[in-house]
Design a protein around this ligand. Structure first.
Ligand code: NDP
Length: 453
């Protein structure tokens, strides 16, 4: 019955028109400025701020020293091994900081289109400009790393050889950047939606859109550091494998491809990001800072680390049956196709509606990435809701596709350790929580239209 009503309404509004997005209104402002305690409130987030880094060290310790076996976290020997293996050396800190500064330099100076974000309620509906030079920066990073490696100025294998100390440099940076952003925001009086609980505000953040000149720091941190680093961890392990065994196994090549697809997608579709919820609603606190600077690159890579350690321990890379290898590749690539096109269908639809769509020819542009004359529902309080393309099939199909990819990253390692399934399992929890938050928020924002949708 509900589907029928949606179809009917969608039929009614078949052709998207430029600039039909609702203007900013009081309803938005009230919803976006509302303080909602999430993640168990101040106590819950304090536990997470301590628990996340501890968990990262524990899982890495088990992978690195115990072949992925989950040893007792109370084992003193484990922690002394972790302490020695992940001590934050100056060398690793220099690599990490120089990498971040290089990416910041590219984000500032490389060419790219300027895209308007969605109306920001804390700025009374103002739309901010975002310089989307992700593609140019990504290609510049690839060329630079190739030159550095080829001439021996910085061999990429140093990344996997210094994984522990690099992770510590990232963890420390996550805390330092959180504090610096928080304090400078308060000093400038730019804090927004504050709860009054220090730990909660540190976790969720004080600043909504902190900027360094023309670089939006939140968008920079979300896409320019985590995924690029993750990719280079896999590249580093693949080169190491080649140096040790004279070839790159299909499993390691899989991880390089998987991480390449993710980082490339973030760069090539960057112009879709300014209008997303993360940019307009989420603040730039520990949750986003720590997770992007340290959490994503140093936990989403467990499959790569496992494959790398395993090949060294067994003196040969893991070999799966042909069937299993093809299955993993098929799962990854089909997941990627749905994920890429579903995200671009929705984001481009919104950009067209907002009058800020710019066609891009970045690689790869997949068939069905942009919908022509899609069906949608007009809403009273928000932007129109797309009901065509993938969005006519399921409400969060891009999450399902992302999970298909996440599970394929685990499957390629086999079933000898649970740690390589950390990312898919954790990701199920993250996405479930995001769905819950988003549904609640959209139900408030769109009211009856959301029910209809
Ligand atoms: P969504 O892309 O689902 O964005 C949700 C927002 O989209 C809603 O608040 C609403 O915004 C708008 N919206 C929802 N349905 C429709 C519709 N039918 N038509 C038009 N607009 C709609 O959320 P995320 O930002 O969470 O995810 C983006 C991508 O990033 C996903 O593919 C996800 O898998 C990925 N991701 C990956 C993570 C990782 O760690 N690997 C972490 C988080 C996300 P509004 O209120 O403005 O209308």
């Amino acid at each position: 019955m509900a589907t029928k009503r949606v179809q009917k309404s969608a039929e009614h509004d078949k052709s998207p028109k430029i600039n039909t997005a609702p203007t900013f209104n009081k309803h938005y402002e009230i919803i976006d400025s509302e303080i909602v305690f999430e993640f168990g409130g101040p106590w819950g987030v304090t536990a997470m701020m301590i628990g996340f880094p501890v968990l990262m060290y524990y899982l890495w310790g088990c992978l690195h020293f115990y072949r992925g076996k989950l040893v007792s976290p109370l084992d003193g020997q484990l922690w002394s091994q972790i302490f020695k293996g992940a001590y934050p050396t100056w060398y690793a800190t220099k690599i990490y900081v120089l990498f971040c500064l290089f990416e910041l330099f590219l984000a500032y100076f490389m060419p790219g289109p300027i895209v308007k974000g969605a109306p920001v309620s804390s700025l009374k509906g103002k739309k901010l400009d975002y310089l989307c030079n992700g593609v140019a920066s990504w290609y510049a990073t690839i060329v630079t790393s190739f030159v550095l490696h080829y001439y021996g100025w910085f061999r990429l294998t140093e990344i996997i050889d210094n994984f522990g100390p690099l992770m510590s440099a990232a963890v420390i940076s996550g805390f330092v950047v959180t504090l610096v952003i928080y304090v400078t925001t308060i000093m400038q009086g730019k804090q927004y939606r504050m709860s009054g609980y220090l730990m909660y505000d540190l976790f969720m953040g004080a600043a909504l859109n902190p900027r360094l000149g023309r670089v939006d720091l939140k968008m920079f941190a979300e896409i320019r550091i985590p995924w690029v680093l993750l990719f280079y961890i896999s590249v580093s392990a693949a080169i190491k494998e080649y140096e040790l065994f004279g070839y790159i196994s299909s499993s390691m090549a899989f991880m390089v491809l998987a991480h390449f697809l993710y980082v490339n997608a973030c760069a090539k579709g960057e112009e879709c990001i300014p209008t997303t919820w993360d940019m307009t609603y989420e603040k730039f606190g520990f949750m986003l800072i720590f997770w992007n600077l340290a959490g994503v690159p140093f936990t989403y890579c467990y499959a790569t680390i496992y494959l790398h350690n395993n090949s060294i321990d067994n003196n040969q890379p893991i070999q799966h049956s042909q069937f299993w290898t093809y299955f993993c590749y098929a799962l990854l690539l089909s997941g990627y196709y749905i994920w890429d096109t579903a995200n671009s269908q929705k984001n481009r639809f919104r950009m067209i509606i907002n009058g800020c769509y710019i066609p891009r020819y970045t690689f790869p542009q997949l068939p069905w990435g942009t919908l022509k004359n899609p069906t949608y529902i007009k809403t009273k309080y928000g932007s129109p809701l797309l009901t065509g393309g993938w969005w006519g099939i399921a409400r969060k199909i891009h999450y399902t596709a992302d999970l298909m990819m996440a599970f394929s990253w685990g499957f390629i390692t086999g079933f000898n350790t649970a740690i390589t399934y950390f990312y898919p399992v954790f990701f199920v929890a993250v996405l479930t929580h995001r769905v819950y938050r988003d549904m609640e928020r959209c139900a408030k924002k769109y009211g009856k239209d959301w029910e209809e949708y």
